[in-house]
Design a protein around this ligand. Structure first.
Ligand code: ASP
Length: 599
């Protein structure tokens, strides 16, 4: 049992935790309560494994000792809730269970009471079958949560958030709650809307993050704020996203990026240290452009190599049209050397499908052979080009090279995607290593060709580095930073704009008119006019962090009541239609569904 577990104050139900039935209780009378984990009927004797939050203990119902309670022992079924009294004895050596902390002991029952019966559970809690579908687990989540791995995951999450709170409290941070019913906060997703009954036709938005409130708290002079905050984003379906999720949200005043980075390195070392993971600080930093060049990602997994090499200059002017044409139109040719690999023709062709899934038009594969290539396209390239490519990619005999050509951002994303996919598929990721890296020096904006406008890469409140030229958004850099752990973005933040003039200029660069800015964020612009200190902050995804620490694949396994990948909750049936009266109260009528084919 966890040494920190508090002692029980005896009451009518129990005086001892199940997990506490150890050597010091031998020959003593105890009272325990819990759920029937397992039941075995051995002719004259009934054995029950009884479970509470601290563990499992074996009960023995023997007709000589249990008296009238023996019959009750017969009636017990899985997941019944019982309270028993009995004497603790050491088990016979041949019945010791080395897998159980209490496995050397058992309680010989002298009295028992059923506190609640249970229907037969839809899936077994003890001896859970991994085939049970997620829908069934979520439909009966209260039962799923009884399982040992779920109990441990929820405990771990609690320890993580407690550890965050302790560290930040000791550093002078205040945890301050911000509203759930509020106005839109732009973090790049759609808002969830809540119709107002009192103000018909008006809506609250659920916060995508506490961004604007935490900035106003800096204007208020709190200087160091944090919150374990629920955030809501109505995004399109993506594996392992939740419409409501939790962030550790932090904001500080009179700081620059350096202060925020160093405080958060200490926070991370503390949190990971408490979870038994030692990390060295400071963490390495990498510029955004370098991350994209070398790893094809703004969240590079730096535990392994297989970096991207730019081959454009070697191939400029090549006769091979698939490369030459792309280069002429301003594109790039880049490749990765994956080392010596044996792959069948079908597997090699499969790689082309992988690349296409990642948005490529095609993919070239080649093995180094002598000074040239063994590859279907080798004949289209000159001997000089081939040997130049081998040298650039540092290829040795038999090494597999994958090469793609496209516009620079696209080719980076394709090769970056292939790199992580194949590293996983081919087992190239070193086990047990932890790499935490800051990605710094971000562009302020990225061009959204579909909408023909500039979008903020972080959010519109991020401060630019140095002078800002509103006429040239493409070259503006941001005082922003992301923390990446083994290729996963743990969190990100920035120094904020604290001047209303600069904030207005950034809105203009984003194509947000001054009227629109005044309507949507006027309250923030106004707050910035009353002595806003220099400030900045960061937010970390708590669900993702807990999932990584728990070693589970899905964030749903560290959330007590998550939604399915399609945003539904099989337990409560949310989201659900509401009745006419409720709709009328908030002044809402549903539109007719759009006719098929109409936009
Ligand atoms: N509000 C930002 C986010 O939710 C984080 C930050 O800038 O502090 O991503």
């Amino acid at each position: 049992m966890d040494a920190d577990f508090p002692e029980l104050s005896p009451n009518v139900y129990r005086d001892t935790w199940c997990g506490q039935v150890l050597g010091d209780r031998v020959d003593k009378a105890v009272r325990v309560s819990g759920w029937v984990h397992r039941r075995r009927d051995h002719g004259g004797l009934i054995f029950i494994d009884l479970r509470d939050r601290t563990g499992v203990v074996q009960l023995v119902f023997n007709p000589d000792e249990a008296g009238g309670s023996f019959e009750l022992g017969h009636r017990l079924r899985s997941e019944f809730v019982v309270s028993v009294v009995g004497r603790v004895l050491t088990r016979e050596p041949e019945t010791v269970n080395p897998d159980l902390p209490t496995g050397q002991f058992e309680i010989h029952v002298t009295g028992a009471e059923v506190l609640a019966e249970s229907d037969t559970p839809p899936f077994a809690i003890e001896g859970f079958n991994a085939e049970v579908g997620e829908e069934a687990r979520l439909r009966h989540r209260y039962l799923d949560l009884r399982r040992e791995p779920m109990q441990r995951a929820i405990e771990l999450r609690h320890r993580l958030t407690t550890s965050m709170r302790r560290f930040l409290d000791a550093e002078g941070f205040l945890e301050i709650e911000t509203p759930i019913l509020t106005r839109s906060t732009p973090e790049g997703a759609r808002d969830f809307l809540v119709p107002s009954r009192q103000h018909r036709g008006s809506f609250y938005a659920l916060p995508q993050s506490p961004q604007l409130f935490k900035q106003m708290l800096m204007v208020s002079g709190f200087e160091r704020y944090f919150q374990v905050a629920r955030c809501f984003r109505d995004e399109d379906l993506r594996a392992d996203r939740q419409p409501d999720f939790t962030q550790l949200d932090i904001e500080m005043s009179f700081v620059d990026s350096e202060d925020i980075i160093t405080l958060n390195e200490r926070l991370m070392a503390h949190l990971l240290g408490e979870m038994g993971i030692d990390v060295q600080i400071p963490f390495p930093r990498m510029g955004y452009d370098e991350a994209i060049q070398r790893f094809g990602s703004d969240k590079p997994d730096t535990r392994y190599g297989f970096e991207i090499t730019d081959l454009t200059e070697i191939l400029r002017g090549t006769e091979f049209k698939a490369f030459g044409g792309v280069i002429e139109s301003g594109g790039a040719v880049r490749g990765i050397n994956f080392g010596r690999r044996e792959l069948s023709r079908a597997q090699l062709d499969g790689l082309i499908d992988d690349a296409k899934e990642l948005g490529a038009k095609g993919l070239v594969w080649a093995f180094r052979e002598g000074d040239g290539w063994r590859a279907p396209i080798a004949k289209f390239l000159s001997a000089e080009e081939l040997s130049g490519l081998n040298t650039a990619m540092d290829a040795e005999e038999g090494d597999l090279m994958l090469v793609a050509a496209d516009q620079p951002a696209k080719v980076a994303a394709i090769l970056g995607g292939l790199r992580t996919r194949l590293a996983e598929r081919w087992g190239l990721i070193p086990e047990g290593e932890n790499q935490l890296t800051w990605i710094v020096d971000w562009p302020m904006f990225e061009f959204n060709a579909d909408e023909d406008r500039w979008d903020a890469l972080h959010h519109p409140f991020t401060a630019p580095s140095g002078e800002f030229d509103p006429a040239d958004p493409g070259s503006a850099r941001a005082q922003a930073y992301d923390l990446v752990w083994n290729g996963v973005e743990l969190g990100g933040g920035s120094i904020r704009i604290n001047s209303p003039e600069l904030q207005s200029q950034v809105f203009t660069a984003l194509g947000i008119s001054l009227e629109e800015a005044a309507d949507r964020f006027g309250f923030l612009l106004e707050a910035l006019r009353y002595g806003a200190p220099p400030h900045g902050g960061i937010a970390f995804g708590v669900d993702r962090f807990a999932a990584l620490l728990a070693g589970v694949d899905s964030i749903r396994d560290v959330i007590a009541f998550p939604k399915t990948a399609s945003g539904g909750d099989p337990l409560t049936g949310a989201p659900a239609p509401v009745d006419d009266v409720q709709m009328r109260d908030v002044g809402i009528a549903l539109r007719k569904p759009a006719k098929p084919g109409s936009a």
